[in-house]
Design a protein. Structure first.
Length: 466
């Protein structure tokens, strides 16, 4: 009954205020009955807010929409471009931010509840009887908050650059549920330092396993993997490798795509089960149903699709190609078509560790990790292990397979940002009504504008440069 009461309060608070009201005055934590560890746990277990559900995900879908894993065929696009918002979104036009606030507000709503749980812990004394649950609630709250700050930073802050991180503007670090907390932007360095610090403490407090069939609660492996992801972006390859090792010590099982029957592979149905062993932490992007990146409308980039060789089983497990060679995505880890997986999984973890090793000069070891993944993705007996002593060639192999393995997971946007800083010079081009639109390397639009109505309500928040 306590859990039900909290969920009803959450629904009331979220449903009873407009977006503008929420941005000017966040939900009041005093309205929540957060006096016990069970109540705090129930708050974090509300997956609609903290992980996302079908058509109502949580992670910013601009990480999908802005990238180049997909394109929109003109006939499909004409069904939605009558709405200027979708036209602007597809062409990276800054006017999209005039009306779009979900990529900002939904995540700060979730951060509010993580902070409410942390504030609630301040009123509870840890003892021998409640110590395990206390540590879990604190670790989970820190994990959720750090992960959400990280996702926000991929959209609303520039990519991490050690030369400018102390002056570049990061995100607003909301650390309390107090609605009177003064809002200001941190620097990029402060943002990443806070994310890393929270994740390190979360890793200490979280258990090795949560003993739940679905991975909506974080565990140690999730915290370690998030640290590996974040530290890869800051180019701290040694520490990223350390945490990738730690995560893989806990969870390292890969699906063997040879176990999917040929009928399953070629079916239009989703072949990958939601409870597959690779998932470390479950979450999904904000609803994509009937939007530009919806699997029913979007098509996979043709060059990307052609890069999969015939014996690469991902060609059939991830995609469906019709007679006209229109390719749609079905390789989801969430069990249905209308949204995309944004969580943490073992396949990405192997790729992170492989990249770290190669960047540190451990070429043979890095390629061994890559080969461990690839042999589970290719038809039995057909995969020839990658082998080279050249560091540039090895890194190129890993980055190529990273692109092919993590399709429509939101990692491509972050990779474009970081790799273009290294000089990869990757441009994205889209065509709409015979007009070409291009997002050039290191374009300022790789950092989204903060929604203007957010700034109008909170004038101390500085807008991103254009």
């Amino acid at each position: 009954m306590k859990h039900i009461r909290i969920l009803l309060l959450l629904i009331y608070i979220l449903g009873g205020c407009s977006k503008a009201e929420f941005l000017s005055k966040e939900p009041d934590s005093s309205k929540l009955e957060l006096k016990t560890l069970d109540q705090l746990q129930a708050l974090l277990d509300y997956d609609l807010l903290m992980n996302g559900r079908e058509r109502t995900g949580i992670d910013p879908n601009y990480l999908l929409i802005g990238a180049d894993d997909y394109f929109m065929p003109e006939p499909n696009l004409t069904t939605i471009v009558s709405d200027p918002f979708f036209r602007n979104l597809y062409t990276w036009n800054d006017k999209m931010h005039d009306t779009e606030v979900d990529n900002w507000s939904r995540i700060y709503t979730a951060i509010f509840y993580a902070n409410a749980a942390l504030d609630g812990l301040d009123q509870i004394v840890k003892n021998n009887e409640n110590g395990r649950q206390y540590d879990f609630v604190k670790g989970a709250s820190l994990f959720f908050r750090a992960r959400f700050f990280f996702q926000l930073a991929q959209v609303f802050a520039p990519p991490y650059n050690s030369l400018t991180a102390e002056s570049d503007l990061g995100v607003v670090l909301r650390l309390k549920s107090d609605v009177n907390e003064k809002l200001k932007r941190s620097t990029v360095k402060e943002t990443y330092d806070k994310i890393i610090g929270d994740l390190k403490e979360a890793a200490v407090r979280l258990p090795v396993t949560t003993n739940l069939p679905y991975k909506t609660r974080p565990n140690k492996a999730a915290a370690y993997m998030m640290l590996a992801k974040v530290l890869l972006l800051t180019k701290d390859y040694q520490q990223s490798l350390k945490y990738a090792d730690s995560a893989l010590t806990i969870q390292n099982k890969l699906m063997d795509f040879n176990d999917f029957t040929s009928a399953t592979q070629t079916s239009t149905a989703l072949p990958i089960p939601v409870d597959n062993p690779e998932v470390i932490f479950f979450s999904m992007f904000m609803g994509t149903y009937n939007t530009i990146v919806s699997p029913s409308l979007a098509r996979i980039d043709s060059t990307l699709y052609k890069s999969y060789e015939l014996n690469d089983l991902r060609r059939n497990v991830f995609f469906t190609a019709n007679a006209a060679n229109d390719v749609t995505f079905k390789g989801n880890y969430i069990g249905y078509f209308d949204n995309y997986f944004s969580g943490l999984a073992v396949d990405e973890l192997y790729l992170i560790r492989a990249e770290n090793k190669v960047r540190l000069g451990l070429i043979s070891e890095g390629l061994q990790d890559l080969n461990t993944l690839m042999v589970k993705r290719w038809k039995v007996g057909s995969f020839v292990p990658f082998s080279t002593s050249d560091p540039s060639t090895a890194l190129a192999l890993i980055l190529t397979e990273r692109r092919k393995e993590l399709v429509q997971r939101g990692t491509r946007w972050t990779d474009l940002r970081r790799l273009n800083l290294e000089g990869y010079n990757i441009s994205i081009t889209r065509i709409l009504e015979n007009q070409t639109y291009t997002l050039k390397p290191n374009d300022k639009r790789y950092t989204s504008l903060i929604p203007p109505n957010v700034i109008s309500i909170n004038p101390s928040i500085i807008q991103n440069a254009r």
